[in-house]
Ligand binder design. Structure first.
Ligand code: MN3
Length: 204
């Protein structure tokens, strides 16, 4: 079974002005497609791995044959990370965007408040040197913020990603150039918290 590029639930223009259409188009149709293609290529002569889910591949990277381990790590990671990224964003429908219900409670418990959470998340995103991701993860029924380099995924550390922000330059450079901080501030405007809460409920 070949891995395929997931379709978006919205248009490339839908996240404007927070994320511009050109960035969305290149990011989805070129970058993400590239991870999917390279993953399929890496798995081509490994029928035993072809039917594994991305989670299964990422959970036990040390069981992947050495000659394709790096390719799987980068490209199964890239495929999973971007699929999650598209899913936890949605067009702005007006009003303040905030977590709700059990997830809100868990965020308040772990970080003090939503504002404190956003501050810590941003700090982590700004201190990630070079390319990588920042995550809100669930681990042993607790929420944490972690960051990973390249396309590494929290699943490989035994943690469940609920929300992830891509801080590779390709995610923001066209619109925000070197201003990663503006990109992070804007991004809160398109986070789909009900999707994040759905994921949270799967794990707790
Ligand atoms: Mn990306």
């Amino acid at each position: 079974m070949k891995h395929t590029l997931p379709e978006l639930d919205y248009e490339y223009t839908s996240l404007e002005p927070y994320i511009d259409a050109k960035t969305m188009e290149i990011h989805h149709s070129k970058h993400h497609q590239g991870y999917v293609d390279k993953l399929n290529q890496a798995l081509e002569n490994h029928p035993d791995l072809e039917n594994k889910s991305l989670e299964e591949l990422l959970k036990s990277l040390d069981e992947i044959p050495e000659d394709i381990r790096t390719a799987v790590r980068n490209n199964a990671g890239g495929h999973y990370n971007h699929s999650l990224f598209w899913e936890i964003m949605s067009p702005q429908v007006g009003g303040e965007r905030e977590p709700d219900g059990d997830l809100k409670e868990a965020i308040d418990d772990a970080f003090g408040s939503f504002e404190e959470f956003k501050k810590a998340f941003k700090e982590s995103a700004l201190s990630r040197f070079g390319s990588g991701w920042v995550w809100l993860v669930e681990s042993n029924r607790k929420l944490e913020i972690i960051s990973t380099p390249n396309q590494d995924n929290p699943i490989s550390e035994g943690k469940n990603p609920l929300l992830g922000l891509d801080v590779w330059e390709h995610a923001y450079y066209l619109k925000y150039q070197n201003k990663r901080t503006d990109y992070i501030d804007a991004w809160w405007g398109v986070v789909n918290w009900s999707k994040v809460e759905e994921r949270y409920k799967e794990f707790v």
